[in-house]
Design a protein around this ligand. Sequence first.
Ligand code: NAD
Length: 479
Amino acid sequence: MVAMKMQINGKAAGSCGGECFDVRNPATCELLEQVPRGTEEDVALAVEAALSAFEGWASISPQQRGMVFYRAAGLVRQRKEELAALLTQEQGKPLAEARNELEGFSHVLEYYCGLAGSLRGDFIPVTGNGYSFTVKKPLGVCAAIIPWNMPALIMGWKIAPALISGNTFVLKPASSTPLTNLTLASILNEAGLPAGVLNVVTGSGEIAGESLVRSPDVRKISFTGESGTGKRISELAASGMKRVTLELGGSDPMIVCDDANLESAVAGAIRGRFYNCGQTCTAVKRLYVFESVAREFIRKLEEGVKRLKVGNGLDKDTDMGPLNNHSQFEYIKELVAGIEEKGEGRIIAGGKAPSFKGMGKGYFFEPTLVSDVPGDSRLLKEEVFGPLLPIVTVRNLDEAIEEANRSIYGLGASIWTKDLDRIRMGCEQLNAGIIWVNQHLKVAPEVPFGGVKESGFGRENGPDILSEYLETRTIMLKT
Ligand code: NAD
């Protein structure tokens, strides 16, 4: 086995002569690679490389920076099949989803390449004081710590706005999915990114992650992960007066009204919940359906869910792969065990780990539906990051919105109806960062994305994100 190395200053760094950790395929538990367990010293080297590269990168035009993205997006497309297979093997998702994610990564790079020409300050006349203007300056070294559910797409969301604005970067991938991130970083270097502009340090959250947040030379941290980890990072960053963006957990509600197109709502719920084996921050995690259509909706949903094929993501006909890691697998098993005995609902589909002949001991779990869930159930309070959908029936939209808002999270929410008054009410009263109407899950680099309450603060994507990576310098000119 050839161990994959970290990338510091444009070169492979660290070796498993030092300490390393295993990256395993969650469908088989087979060892894929060994990757260095980055230390505080490795983080310091990566930050130093980013600091040395800063002046050069900041001094070239945004358009030149954008051209590197443009070339890298093309290279990722050329190598999509190879990269998709790598992503599927380390993350577990079906190949079609992996291809989709890599296409998303290229699209993010191209979007920011397009924004390169829009970086600008303002010209402001000041009465009695001549003219003033603002110029935008990059912050310096920025960093991101990312999770394992969408490693390629989230890497794109983090690095692209930072780099196009002239910052340099250190990325810490999740321990179970560093391979695609390391490969994408080397593709960016091949596309012309100068050495040191993007560095990747692998390792644990406690050592590599915290060292990065503590580093005095890192001016901004963008974090995606659990709300608890986000709070810890926020505390550490506050003492260094660093900017922070926190994209945290979610427990998105989906509301199905009695006038909704039930076929498309069923398809939306299945995709919204079981895409990526339910491990998506904006997955449908709570479903509220009007009681007058509940029976028909649940019957159609059950039929659709029972048709989903669970298997190794590399197999062509797989609809849903395994959970990504052992602790996720144990969490879902523990959550499902005794649901009925504890009065937390009725399992109407799935509910156990299936067994696959000859497939080793992967982290597979059946797509699971739980109906008759009481309002105070754990299934509605926690962020269920896996293939389990709790279903609650409601009398009307007032009740649905009240229940939907009864969560510590506020990432996304969707309402399914043809009625304009209901749409308006949902858009105004649902407390979430993104509201979908007659769809759920879709995110795009063109629109701002992020949550309220314990889902975090700050936004990613959209043109305004650039201000998160730039300082405004005011110049007051008197002639
Ligand atoms: P996690 O918080 O356990 O880990 C995320 C990253 O943080 C990993 O790289 C990990 O190594 C690192 N980390 C852990 N402890 C750390 C510490 N003390 N200091 C610094 N870094 C540390 O989350 P996860 O289990 O990898 O991901 C799943 C979570 O991510 C879910 O809650 C999901 O909703 C959330 N998520 C949110 C979004 C969003 O945009 N809001 C997107 C995807 C995932």
